[in-house]
Design a protein around this ligand. Structure first.
Ligand code: AMP
Length: 283
């Protein structure tokens, strides 16, 4: 595995491979890796001739400074895991490499509806930061395929929109959420939970499963109320638990029995914010 820190050197190296025309697969991460990240690397290895993984904790996507300060870092362990997964290139830029002119007055993206609901609503500016970093990383790596996790459902829709805006020649591959045995979606933030909190956090998955199992055509209001009550009873502070159209995230108040839906939740366990989602109809 080769490690690059300078974007120019990475781009030059990737350019030098053009004769071999490898399909470049890209897995961007913020580090503190777990099996969810590794599954993306494995998928990229299957579908690409060369896999680039990046680790960069992007300051511009944290709307809560405390969340940024406390974001787990485990770089040595991460390098070992990435290399063990058979990754070809690790890109480890610092903030100056990604934002040479600083992070003030960065460009803004027109994200429309997606920025007004769910994560967009509860984390103002978050998706602007996601687009600011992703547009830069995509220009540096220019991958044929970009591998993202379903865990961040809304993020994958935002990035799909960004790829269109950028006119990028990159296919988006969204990979399934990897979960712990009791259902908790793996997340770097889980490291901040105590063992007891981690066990209790399995109830987020149980609640989404409850929604899926109790979904019937008609109004959805009471199902959402029940789901929120389940989460609250387990001690979570709930930002939202919602049912939305799987394609565009328009919130669904009723179901016709056919529309493809996704259930999404964001809760706090103590001050640690956890998100999860589940497709509840269709595939
Ligand atoms: P992060 O390091 O949290 O920014 O995540 C980097 C990538 O890994 C994103 O595409 C996430 O959606 C994906 N990811 C995070 N957690 C999981 C998971 N449990 N299963 C699958 N993919 C995940």
């Amino acid at each position: 595995m080769i490690i690059f820190k300078q974007p120019q050197k990475l781009s030059l190296y990737l350019d030098s491979l053009t004769k071999q025309h490898p399909i470049i697969g890209f897995v961007p991460t913020m580090g503190a890796l777990h099996e969810g990240h590794i599954s993306l690397l494995e998928q990229s290895n299957k579908e690409s001739g060369l896999t680039v993984c990046s680790i960069f904790v992007n300051p511009t996507q944290f709307n809560d400074p405390k969340d940024y300060e406390k974001y787990p870092v485990s770089i040595e362990e991460d390098i070992y895991k990435i290399e063990s997964a058979g990754t070809d290139i690790l890109f480890l830029p610092d903030a100056r490499a990604v934002y040479p002119d600083g992070t003030e007055n960065l460009e803004q993206y027109r994200l429309g509806y997606l920025e007004t609901v769910l994560e967009g609503k509860f984390r103002p500016g978050h998706f602007q930061g996601v687009c600011q970093v992703m547009s830069r990383l995509l220009k540096m790596v220019r991958p044929a395929k970009l591998f993202l996790g379903q865990k961040d459902y809304q993020q994958s829709l935002v990035i799909q929109q960004l790829l269109k805006t950028m006119n990028a020649d990159t296919d988006l591959v969204v990979c399934p959420t990897v979960r712990e045995a009791h259902g908790l979606a793996m997340s770097s933030r889980n490291r901040r939970l105590t063992d007891t909190e981690r066990k209790i956090a399995g109830n987020i998955f149980k609640t989404l499963t409850y929604i899926k199992e109790n979904l019937i055509a008609g109004e959805l209001h009471s199902l959402k109320i029940e789901a929120k009550a389940l989460l609250t009873q387990n001690g979570f502070t709930v930002d939202y638990v919602e049912i939305a159209d799987a394609g565009n995230l328009s919130l669904a108040d009723a179901w016709d029995g056919k529309q493809e839906l996704v259930a999404l939740a964001a809760v706090f366990s103590r001050e640690i914010r956890l998100i999860d989602n589940m497709r509840i109809s269709g595939q």
